[in-house]
Design a protein around this ligand. Structure first.
Ligand code: AMP
Ligand code: GLY
Length: 438
């Protein structure tokens, strides 16, 4: 079966890499892909928002399954468009994708379904929002309703900050006119964050191993938020008891509420959680795989990804859930190598060296994010450039290998965090010493 992956990031390279390993996979296409996906399949020069061109391509090339990486085409209705053309595609419908594309939709759904999340209010006029934030205890978080590439979330220390945030979102429309029509004002929560993905189809919810992302740009969680500077999987802080609680108090009521609203969710549901003193709380839902969390997740995935994604599309996920998924017991760590300036402005076209040397280290995969082929060179083509991902016997071992591979690679202006997964190492209790013989 020919397969089409839509997107151009590290997540898409990791998905394409795994899908191509399926014995049932024919040609793997990636639109538009990057220099990494060109090694596992065939890149197609069509953008993710060019639905008509993608549909024509899928028809002409007998694509049996399309897998969508990023949120934008999902929010724009790519799944509805493919299905209307009789094509099979993995992802939620446009109306179900609102769980990510509208924070107001997601928060109201959580309120009605009694899903634990930060207390909040929604405003559609800046004056009312300004009056409200004058009366709040701080810190609060002000969020643009719509998609803003992770930038529309502003943590405010006082009311001046909050008024400025409302202004930026609603008046100056810095995150786009549609995204800023409404704001959510909510309480700031504290605690470690965990990304929990679940495959969802019909009544079946199949959670995948938890992972942890590192959003701030610099070591020690300093600097501006990014799309994610590294991740590891599994996250030991998310114990089996905690995951059972999250499934019962968050995933099940959310999926049921989506069904009741007649916008059933089918695809991958990503719960961004904060583990507070009062228990797990939802920060956000995403309607797609996370980036970079998918890179370590795919390194550990042992089964046939194509079979599983197809089962979601065909509403047969219950069969897969019954058999269970198989994971490499070893943890995986992914370190993002970024361009100078990211998440702000950055230059493109810098030559990358050392990729082959890094790839020779056992149990290491270098997933490409912003790269492209230029003649016989691979050059930078985005803010996040590469996701250097390694398996290891322990998190410390995976971390050591990932950084060993990072040492091989260079491009002008390359920057990365040196503390990815360092906290996880600390949170793992060493095994108790063996009892002395009696
Ligand atoms: P969101 O797009 O809503 O997930 O927000 C992006 C990031 O902002 C989250 O991953 C958190 O790091 C942070 N964040 C969002 N909401 C809150 C909150 N209520 N309290 C503290 N941090 C938050
Ligand atoms: N790593 C965060 C995201 O994918 O949204």
């Amino acid at each position: 079966m020919n397969v089409l992956v839509i997107g151009r990031g590290g997540r898409e390279h990791a998905l394409a890499w795994k899908l191509a390993q399926s014995p049932r996979a024919g040609t793997l296409f990636c639109a538009p892909g990057n220099a990494g996906t060109a090694r596992v399949g065939v890149n197609v020069p069509i953008e993710p928002n060019e639905f008509a061109k993608l549909i024509a391509f899928a028809r002409k090339n007998a694509v049996g399954l399309t897998v969508v990486g990023p949120e934008d085409p999902l929010a724009g209705g790519i799944v509805d468009a493919f299905q209307a053309s009789g094509l099979r595609i993995f992802g939620p419908s446009r109306s179900a994708a609102r769980i990510e594309s509208s924070k107001v939709f997601a928060k109201q759904l959580m309120r009605h379904a009694d899903v634990p999340t930060a207390e909040f209010r929604v405003f559609d006029y800046p004056a009312a929002a300004r009056a409200y934030v004058e009366t709040r205890e701080y810190p609060v978080v002000v969020k643009a309703d719509g998609l803003a590439a992770g930038k529309g979330v502003l943590v405010c220390r006082n009311s001046e900050d909050a008024i400025r945030a409302i202004d930026r979102i609603m008046v100056r429309e810095e995150f786009g006119g549609a995204a800023g029509r409404n704001v959510v004002v909510e309480k700031r929560l504290e605690g470690p964050e965990v990304s929990l993905f679940a495959l969802v189809a019909g009544r079946t919810i199949l959670p995948l191993p938890p992972s942890q992302d590192h959003k701030p740009a610099f070591d020690g969680d300093q600097g501006p938020n990014t799309g994610g500077m590294g991740a590891y999987c599994p996250a030991p802080i998310a114990t089996p008891e905690l995951l059972a609680q999250v499934e019962q108090s968050i995933l099940v009521p959310t999926v049921h509420a989506m069904k009741r609203k007649r916008t059933p969710f089918r695809g991958l549901l990503y719960a961004g959680l904060m583990l507070t003193d009062q228990g797990p709380r939802v920060l956000e839902f995403n309607c797609r795989f996370g980036d970079p969390e998918t890179q370590p997740l795919m390194m550990r995935w042992r089964g046939d990804l194509l079979d599983v994604l197809e089962a979601v599309v065909d509403d047969r996920l219950d069969e897969i859930a019954e058999a269970g998924l198989e994971w490499d017991p070893r943890p995986a760590v992914c370190v993002i190598l970024a361009s100078a300036g990211y998440p702000g402005a950055y230059a493109k076209g810098k030559t990358i060296s050392g990729l082959d040397e890094a790839a020779r280290i056992p149990d290491v995969q270098v997933f490409h994010s912003g790269t492209r082929i230029e003649g016989n060179r691979i050059v930078t083509d985005g803010g996040r450039v590469l996701g250097v991902t390694a398996l290891g016997e322990t998190i410390a071992d995976a971390r050591r290998r990932a950084y060993q591979a990072v040492e091989c690679i260079s491009f002008p202006g390359m920057h990365y965090r040196r503390d990815i997964a360092a906290r996880a190492e600390l949170s793992v209790t060493p095994p108790a010493p063996a009892a002395p013989p009696t």
